[in-house]
Design a protein around this ligand. Structure first.
Ligand code: ADP
Ligand code: ZN
Length: 616
């Protein structure tokens, strides 16, 4: 602990150093356990507050807390955020000059560090282990511990080497933390990191402030632009795309339409990528368009929306990516657009991929769960949480809760589509992709010779009661339910394993009516300002007059951040600004009671904040 500090209990540290009034959920139990020297495995959703679980024990226990993190690029920011609240932190990684690294090592050996960050590949070097043996170590925190899971979506071979800690430092507590909560990953973390004796803490995985919305792709970019303009103007967000090319074109398109967007993918120069991360964190209102290479470890609390323009490969990935929105607890949006093409392409990618059969089965199961989430007409959150083994009630803050989808009986169209596939194959020995199947059902003449051949089929033109767009919706939903399957290089359609009962008339097919306009949240309604400019979603809970004060504080914060060359949220988070507006303190004593205002920040910014409040 810092020599000038007088705090001793975890709650004292929380209040004095971080300025928060109380612990959340399991934090207190986890911290007590680790302070007492126990090992822990912590499963907590993104934004749940994992960092404090090892930061506070590191401050209380004698010695330095060693934090293992996979993201070298972000260590500097993590350290800066700790220094901003008066904690003595540093990092060791390849970006340091040798003399800088040496200085950090000296501080470690002299007992002048509360926390030290490093990447796993560095930690397991004999030289590093030797250094650590000569230092006093408070604990080892293994962040993003799911990186050890070989079947997971973020596997990092270097994490496997971390089991060495169990043997090299048997008396130092270890705490492994992750936001991935499936049983398989949980087991792998425990086994591979040799945490057999550890206590397990599984937090509530719900992120109630995130509004989950999934809509059919129509013109995806226009839909995205509408979302940004109507709900997230000027706010920070992440847009995920599958390919590097679509990352580039989408970012360029957004810029053309007045949105400050930056592309990010593994094919870009390291310096450019670094610059993008830094700008995203430091500046306000930047939208990053990225492949899934972007995001892990970015501790930016005020990301207001995460959008997916392509279907994620698994619910784990989706939940982790969307979890990057709204870590500060303020309203945020997770929005996904997906279409018929996504379903066909993703299945094809798996079928034609390199992997072994068990690997493909695993990938298919992941995709099917994701599709089921997309096509559910029940609460999205109930389904998401159930995937992580948690039962819950309809949430009232997802698209299906806010505007329950209309369902219709699509048994007859489903039967028509299936019969068309069967006739084609039986009478002609042919299989068609979706476009040609629609032409056949609609009796559409694109190619005269083909048409004259197909006209003779009894199924020619039997589907004219629906438009092509409606047929696309039907087919997409039938694919998701495996009533139809798309196979081979060209995605030709065949009846799926669930087709039998539908054809025999034993099972009705209830489908949702597609819609592309989704509801705005609760919260907004409370302000009663109909037709007012959308403004910052962070301020959703504030009255109109209060919003002006909030904006004044934000402006002040921007200028301080610029002057100090730190990200705005390191001055104060949006959540803290909202709390300040609501508390309207008129003295430093009152201000210090606001959540997020710790001793150091009070001293640094207290007077300036009170001045802004007087003037606003
Ligand atoms: P995670 O690592 O689990 O994604 P973080 O540790 O980054 O989450 O915490 C998310 C946000 O919540 C941070 O802004 C953090 O300061 C804040 N936070 C964590 N614990 C508390 C608490 N007990 N009270 C108030 N804010 C908290
Ligand atoms: Zn819901």
């Amino acid at each position: 602990m810092h020599p000038t500090s007088t705090a001793t209990t975890p709650l004292d540290v929380l209040r004095e150093v971080f300025g928060y009034p109380g612990f959340r959920g399991e934090q207190a139990a986890i911290i007590d356990h680790v302070v007492a020297g126990g090992d822990a495995v912590v499963l907590m959703p993104t934004g749940g507050g994992k960092s404090l679980c090892y930061q506070i024990p590191s401050l209380i226990r004698e010695g330095t807390g060693i934090v293992v993190s996979p993201l070298v690029a972000l260590m500097a920011d993590q350290v800066a955020a700790l220094e901003a609240v008066g904690i003595r932190a540093a990092y060791l990684n390849s970006t340091l000059e040798p003399y800088e690294a040496q200085a950090v090592e000296q501080r470690l050996l002299a007992g002048e560090l509360d926390l030290l960050y490093m990447a796993p590949e560095r930690l397991v070097l004999p030289r590093t282990l030797d250094l650590l043996r000569r230092a006093r170590i408070a604990l080892f925190a293994i962040d993003e511990a799911h990186c050890v899971a070989q079947w997971g979506h973020d596997f990092r071979p270097d994490y496997l080497g971390l089991s060495v800690l169990a043997h090299a430092f048997p008396n130092v507590p270890r705490i492994a933390l992750t936001a991935t909560a499936t049983r398989a990953t949980h087991r792998e973390i425990t086994e591979r990191l040799e945490l057999g004796e550890a206590e397990h803490f599984v937090a509530d995985f719900d992120r109630p402030n995130i509004q989950y919305r999934i809509e059919p792709k129509d013109r995806a970019r226009d839909q995205l632009l509408h979302l940004i303009r109507s709900e997230h103007e000027g706010e920070a967000g992440i847009v995920y795309c599958l390919s590097r090319k679509s990352v580039e074109t989408t970012a360029a398109w957004l810029n053309d339409h007045g949105v400050a967007a930056l592309p990010y993918h593994a094919g870009l120069d390291a310096a450019v990528r670094h610059d993008t991360q830094v700008r995203f964190v430091r500046e306000e209102g930047i939208v990053v368009v990225a492949t899934i290479a972007f995001g892990m470890g970015i501790d930016k609390p005020d990301v207001r929306f995460v959008a997916h323009l392509d279907l994620p490969k698994s619910i784990e990935g989706y939940y982790q990516e969307t979890g990057r929105a709204g870590r500060d607890g303020l309203p945020a949006t997770a929005w996904l657009a997906y279409g018929l093409g996504d379903v066909v392409n993703q299945r094809r990618l798996i079928d034609q991929g390199e992997g072994s059969d068990p690997h493909k089965r695993n990938a298919r199961a992941h995709l099917d769960a994701m599709l089921a989430l997309c096509e559910t007409t029940a609460c999205r959150r109930v389904q998401l949480l159930r995937y992580f083994g948690q039962e819950s009630q309809p949430c009232g803050n997802c698209d299906t809760c806010l505007a329950p989808p209309k369902v219709w009986d699509a048994t007859v169209p489903a039967q028509k589509l299936l019969s068309a596939l069967i006739r084609l194959e039986r009478e002609r020995g042919e299989r068609f992709d979706s476009g040609k199947v629609f032409d056949l059902l609609l009796g559409k003449v694109n190619d005269r010779t083909e048409a004259s051949r197909h006209r003779e089929l009894s199924v020619w033109g039997i589907g004219q009661e629906l438009s092509e767009r409606e047929w696309r919706s039907v087919l997409r939903q039938l694919l998701a339910r495996r009533i139809v399957e798309a196979v081979g290089d060209f995605g030709v359609l065949v009846p799926g394993p669930e087709a039998g009962p539908v054809l025999r008339g034993e099972a009705a097919v209830e489908l949702a009516v597609d819609r592309t306009t989704t509801p705005r949240s609760r919260g907004r309604a409370r302000s009663g300002a109909d037709g007012a400019r959308a403004g910052s979603r962070a301020a959703d809970g504030l009255e109109t007059a209060e919003r002006q004060v909030f904006e004044a504080l934000r402006t002040w914060r921007s200028s301080v951040a610029k002057e100090k060359k730190i990200p705005p949220y390191m001055v104060f988070s949006d959540a803290t600004l909202v709390a300040i507006v609501q508390a309207r303190p008129s003295s430093t004593a009152q201000l210090s009671a606001v959540s997020g205002v710790g001793a150091k920040k009070l001293e640094e910014y207290g007077d300036a904040v009170l001045e802004v409040l007087v003037e606003a």
